[in-house]
Structure formats: C-alpha cells, structure tokens
Design a binder for this molecule. Structure first.
Ligand code: PEP
Ligand code: MG
Length: 752
C-alpha cells in the first residue's frame, strides 16, 4: 500500500496544472484501489458548492458543469462532518442525493474522504462500486491518507494552476501573513537560492549566442569537476561505483542534456531557466518509473542539474537589476538578500516562509517596508518581472493587479500617509499620560539607516542595537577596529542618550555565511550568549570594540547579553567584561564603565530574575523569543503562527513577574521585543510598571499617541481585568475594546 500511495502522490505532484493533477488522481486511485468509480469534487468557496471536477467511471461530459450545495448529498455530508463516510448501499442512506446526468445510479457502495489543507476543506475524494459492500478498514485508511497528502498538492495546483507564462496578465491574490505594515506596488524581483534548480525563475534572454557560450563553459567546468572527483577517488572506490561518474559524464555529452538546454535557449530562455526546464522534464519521466533503482537515478540527475547551475551562477551570478519600485520576493529570503537591494529602490517584500516574528519581518518593519510573510504556493518563476501589490496590513499579495485594485491600494497608502503625518506632531513631546505618568520610548536599531528616522520620531534612546546585522553583512568576522568605528557612529548619533548594544546574537534564524551552524533544532541550539561564551575570542573583540567606541564621547553605553538561561552564563560574561575593561584601561583608554544588562527571553530567566538582578544593572525582556519559548511555538513557522500569541495569559503573567522583580530590586528594566510597539500591549506594559518600551521606530509615534491619550489609572484597571482572563483572544478583545472606547480604533487597524 505504501508503495502505491507514494507512486500516486509522486505522479500527481508532477502534473503540470490543476486539471492534470485531478485527472491523474482519479485515474490512479481507481486503478490502485480497483474500484469502478473515482471522482473529485472541489469546493467553490464563492458559490458555496462542491463542483464535480474530475471522474473516471461517471459521465465525463458533465465535469465542471454540475455541483452540490454545502449540505447536499453524501459529498456535502462528508464535507460537513470533515471525516470519511463509508456507505454500503447509498439508496438506503438518508443523505443520498443523485445529481442528474452524472450516471451514478448503478453504483451502491460509496466511500468519500474530505480533502483538507491547513484546516480548510478543499473538496471531497470519492470512490464508488456497483456491488453493495462496505469498503474495508484498509481501503478507508488508504483513501484518508492519500487525500491528506493530496490536499497540499491540490492547494498548490489550485493556487498556481491558473497562471502560466502566457497568462501572466491574469490578476490573482495570494494570502500570507502580515509581516510589516503598509502597502506597496512595484515590480516583482525573485531571489532564489543559487543551488536550487526548482526555484529558478523563467527569464527571457536577448543575446542567445552569448547565453549558449555561457552554458557550454559551465558544462566544461562541470565535466572537469566530475572527472577530478572520480580521479581522486579511483583508489578508494569499486569499479561499479566509479561507473556512476561515467553516467554523469554521458549525460553531459553534447548530444544529451546540453543539446536540449541549447534548444531551449534558442527559444529565448536564459541558461538557468532552460536548464531547469530540461532537468524537470526528465525528472517527471523518472518519477513515473516503477523500478526503485531507476527512480533513484532521478537524484543523480538532480545533483547534476544543481552542479551545472552552481557553475553557471558562479561564473556569472546574474547581477540583478533592481528597478526603482522593486518588490523583493523569495521562498526563504535572508537578511543579506534584503540588504542587497538599495534602500530607496526597495518598496516591498514577500517571503514564502516565516512570520511576523521572523527577523526578516522585524528588520523590514524597522525600515518601513511593507512585507508579507509565509505566502505558500506562490508561483515564483511566473511572477518574476511582473507587477504586484503587497498589502502588509492584511498579508496578501496581488499579481497583475487590475486598474481598480491599483486605485484601491493607492487610496489605502494615502490614508496611511495621512495618519503618519498626523502623528508627526507628537515627535517632540514627552510621552506622558493625561494623569502625568512618564514612559521612555526607545528604538531598536540594526542598520545605520534606522538612526536618522529614529531621531526624527523623537526616540529617547536605543533599547536594542542588533549588532549581529553588521556581522551578517560582512564576509568574515568583522575586526575589532571595524566594529569600533560602527559602534562609535551609533553612540555619537544618539549621544548623550542611552544606547543598548546587544552582544552577538546568532543562531536560530540568523546565520553567518562564513560561520555555518548546522543543527536539527536551531532555536533550541547554539544561540546568542552560548556561542559567545564558547568563542571568547569573538566575544572579547566585540566587547573591546564597544568599550573603545565610547572613549572620549559624552555617551551612555549599555551592554546587553542575549538568550541567557542561567546565572552561570552571566558570571562568565561578567568575567570576560572585566578582563576587557582591564585591558583597554591598561592600554591607556579612559572608559566610562558601561551598564551591563540581561535579556529575558527564556522562561528559565523569568524565574531567575531576582538572582540575575543581583548581578547586573538592568533587564530587558525580549518578548519575541520569550513568547516562542513559553508557548512552544517556533516564531518562524507559518504553520503555527496563529498560536504565537503575545496576549497569552501565561506571557502576561511572566512579564508581570519580571516587572515586579525589577521594581523590588530597584533596578532598571524595559522591554525590547515587538510587543512594545503594539499599541494595546504597550498600554498593559505601562500598567505593569515598565519604564522603558523599545520598539521599531515606525511604531514609536503610534505608541506615543496611545500612551498620551490613556490615563495610567485606566490602564491599570484594564490590566487588572485582563490578568484574570484565561485566553489570548479574550485579552486581545478587552484591550481592543479599551482602545476603541478611547477613540483610538484606527490604530488597531494599522497594527497587528
Ligand atoms: C526578542 O527576542 O524579543 C528580541 C528583541 O531579540 P530578537 O528578535 O533579535 O531575537
Ligand atoms: Mg531574541
């Protein structure tokens, strides 16, 4: 059964479009299950009907023409119950309802399984037989398993099946998650990983002869590479294993793969795209093969394709031209992809993975670039170079927008602009509630471009300077001197305001190309302070750079440690800090001793807040990570992003616990996670006593508007009310209602 299941799924996955995927499904299921009928009904959400979309065994003439309402017939019944329905004789079932002309009267036995993708019913997969019989347990299990696996493929085919190169003009909407607020229109520029053939977009080429040369050079290089590997292994491998290399070389013969690629280039496709098409055409044939050995050869072909691609890319990594209204799109964009686009040309970002809490989204928000995360099923190769609208409020993107859609989005952008203009008048005012309570609003920074905007918006300090961004944009670990200069610019720009420099926080979703960390569970692995303590040479260079950067200027340096989970880590870091202080003083520098703080990002640190406070000058809650670790929800995983809840009661109680500990110890504390920039959450944090809220600068005036409109006494009442609620939804609702009653509802709309 497993083999049959795998072969059906594989075959469906290589179908070129939705229609072919459904036809393959019904053909293969009927064959594998030896039934007389197999049909697929797909839900048309707009009409609220299950449309008869493919069949083998019933009347093909009415495919696409007949349908059943949501609660109608056994198909509707399967959808309604969201579980399989297995009926021995349909004539005896009260929910049976024949569709005229479909020709199913002769079939008695019925088994239907819902096709459900990410909680949404897409349709129903049905098998039928003439004989009166109940499908047995293994048949039922097979259909359910198959339908669960097909759901993802059908969702993907549904999403992409309507687009083709020639139909790029058809407007389509794709849903993801809001990443950074705002709307933007522009030209899609797809970034794809250089060694992943499947992500290569289709692009036209003008100079065909040059493109062919370019490709043939990469063939020669790949050939030389393979011969080199085979030679170096000749003594260690058996003859038949070495034969594998000959197979690679045969595929590279001029009459084989290269011939087909060249033909496609001649039709106007660039070399990478032609290579992708050629390899994929061969792969789909391999997939159909029943023989496991031959199917395995598909991997060799893939490997060869990727090798050719990497030579093509290495030699001539297409220098992307970024038009003035670039919308950066990629399946798994990195911070360096983002940094590769000139800021003034970057109008929007769309990422296939991740969520609002991914670092990409956080940085995009800091830069004020509308962003949508976790857009699955986006046919990247087809939309490259086309027009798109990015709606970072709702988390949707529209490809090939119509004139009406464009007008709607221009209006939305204008409204956002008007709101921001209104808020600008608050920049110079202190953040004081109507009943006189003062909160400090600081900013999170990472790129120097954040600085000017932050100051314009009235930032009173930097609560989190993500130093790792500089590391991520370098090609090696930056030297102490290179770091000193950058840190000094930051300190000078904000002097005499406080600047909180976080020590290197890599790991998780932040990687350095020159220092790869490979782990199964990166968010529970070698992250933040753990890396720094294992590499004191890197940590010491960074601390020394921070200390020396502060020399001779009237600045206020604070150093902060990320991802601390025990007091031992604090002790170890303090010892290294003392060593650095001694060293730079011995070298003659006059340094003001910086404040030392710890980020509270791990539940263990919450419950050791008292002990940690005895050792440091301040605490700062990193709520982005704290929420993920408290709720066991990967902040980067689109699939579970709905469970990532900042208003979860457990999170609120943890935040209160930290505030109470810091207030008792009379030490400085604050919060620098994204929660601080959420107007509703900011109210609750102020009520808990957080004296400092540090956020991305685009949120600063919004939060100031809320805190200056809302008396502390009322915020405290609200906090008391929500602390006894038992769900995030209830807390969010109570907070939104309080904002609405204070006339601040438009702020709820523009922020998550
Ligand atoms: C946090 O975890 O809340 C935080 C501010 O750090 P980062 O988002 O960089 O992990
Ligand atoms: Mg963090």
């Amino acid at each position: 059964m497993l083999e049959a299941l795998r072969s059906v799924v594989q075959e469906v996955s290589t179908a070129p479009n939705l229609g072919a995927a459904l036809t393959t499904t019904v053909d293969r299921v009927r064959e594998v299950m030896a039934t007389e009928v197999c049909s697929v009904y797909l839900l048309d959400e707009k009409r609220g009907r299950y449309v008869f979309r493919a069949t083998r065994g019933l009347n093909q003439q009415v495919v696409g023409k007949v349908s059943l309402g949501l609660g109608e017939g056994l198909v509707g019944y399967v959808g309604e119950r969201a579980e399989p329905v297995n009926v021995e004789s349909v004539t005896e079932h009260p929910r049976n309802q024949y569709i005229a002309e479909i020709g199913e009267e002769a079939f008695h036995a019925f088994l239907g399984a819902p096709i459900i993708h990410q909680g949404q019913t897409l349709g129903v997969l049905v098998v039928q037989q003439r004989a009166k019989r109940r499908f047995d347990e293994s048949e039922e299990a097979f259909l359910v398993t198959l339908s669960a696996q097909l759901a993802g493929l059908i969702a993907h085919a549904k999403a992409t099946g309507h687009l083709s190169m020639s139909r790029r003009k058809v407007s389509r909407t794709f849903s993801g998650k809001p990443g950074a607020p705002g709307v933007a229109q522009g030209v899609a520029i797809v970034i794809y990983p250089s060694v992943d053939l499947s992500q290569v977009p289709f692009r036209k080429v003008r100079n065909v002869a040059r493109e062919i040369d370019r490709f043939m050079v990469s063939v020669a290089e790949t050939r030389a590479e393979i011969t080199g590997i085979a030679d170096s292994m000749a003594d260690d491998l058996k003859e038949d294993t070495l034969g594998l290399f000959d197979a690679y070389l045969l595929m590279l013969d001029e009459g084989a793969i290269p011939k087909e690629v060249v033909q496609r280039i001649k039709q106007g496709q660039w070399a990478q795209g032609a290579l992708k098409q050629t390899i994929e055409a061969h792969l789909s044939r391999f997939d159909l093969m029943a023989d496991a050995y031959l199917r395995e050869r598909a991997n060799d072909l893939k490997e060869l394709g990727n090798r050719l691609l990497s030579h093509l890319e290495k030699r001539n990594r297409r220098r992307l031209h970024f038009p003035k209204d670039s919308i950066l799109i990629g399946d798994n964009l990195s911070l360096s992809d983002l940094a590769s686009v000139p800021r003034e040309r970057l109008k929007g970002i769309v990422c296939g993975r991740g969520s609002v809490n991914s670092h990409l989204a956080i940085l995009a928000e800091a830069l004020g670039v509308p962003t949508v995360m976790g857009v699955q099923d986006l046919p990247m190769p087809l939309i490259d170079g086309g027009d798109v609208i990015v709606d970072g409020f709702q988390g949707i993107i529209v490809t090939a927008p119509t004139a009406t859609q464009r007008r709607q989005y221009v209006k939305l952008a204008e409204e956002e602009l008007a709101l921001n203009r209104d808020l600008e008048s608050l920049a110079a005012l202190p953040c004081r509630t109507p009943d006189g309570h003062r909160t400090r609003l600081w900013v999170n920074t990472g790129l120097f471009t954040d600085v000017a905007k932050s100051l314009d918006r009235g930032a009173e300090g930097v609560g989190l300077y993500r130093t790792e961004i500089h590391y991520m944009m370098s090609e090696t670990f930056p030297t102490e001197e290179a770091q000193r200069q950058i840190y000094r610019e930051h300190l000078q720009a904000f002097a005499p305001r406080p600047v909180t420099m976080r020590t290197l926080d890599i790991g998780g979703d932040k990687s350095l190309s020159y220092f790869p960390i490979r782990e199964d569970n990166p968010f529970l692995g070698w992250r933040g302070i753990r890396v720094s303590l294992d590499h004191p040479e890197i940590f010491i260079a960074q601390i020394r750079a921070m200390l020396r950067a502060s020399e001779g200027i009237d600045c206020y340096l604070r150093i902060m440690l990320p991802m601390v989970s025990s007091v031992t880590e604090v002790d170890m870091a303090k010892t290294l800090l003392e060593q650095c202080l001694r060293e730079v003083e011995e070298e003659g520098a006059k340094i003001q001793r910086p404040d030392l703080g710890v980020m509270i990002e791990v539940p263990a640190a919450v419950f050791q807040a008292d002990a940690i406070l005895e050792k440091v000058d301040f605490l700062s809650v990193g709520s982005n990570d704290l929420v993920q670790y408290m709720l066991a929800v990967d902040r980067n995983n689109t699939q579970v992003s709905g469970l990532y809840q900042e208003f979860h009661p457990a999170v609120l109680h943890a935040l209160k616990h930290v505030a109470d500990a810091a207030l008792r110890a009379e030490k400085g504390f604050g919060i620098c996670g994204e929660m601080a920039g959420n107007p509703g959450a900011a109210l609750l944090l102020m009520a808990m006593g957080y004296p400092v809220l540090s956020m991305n600068s685009p949120n600063l005036l919004l939060v100031k508007k809320v805190l200056t409109s809302f008396p502390l006494s009322e915020a405290k009442d609200l906090l008391a009310r929500v602390l006894v609620l038992d769900s995030a939804e209830a807390v969010k609702q109570a907070t939104d209602q309080a904002l609405a009653e204070a006339g601040l509802q438009q702020l709820i709309r523009v922020r998550r």
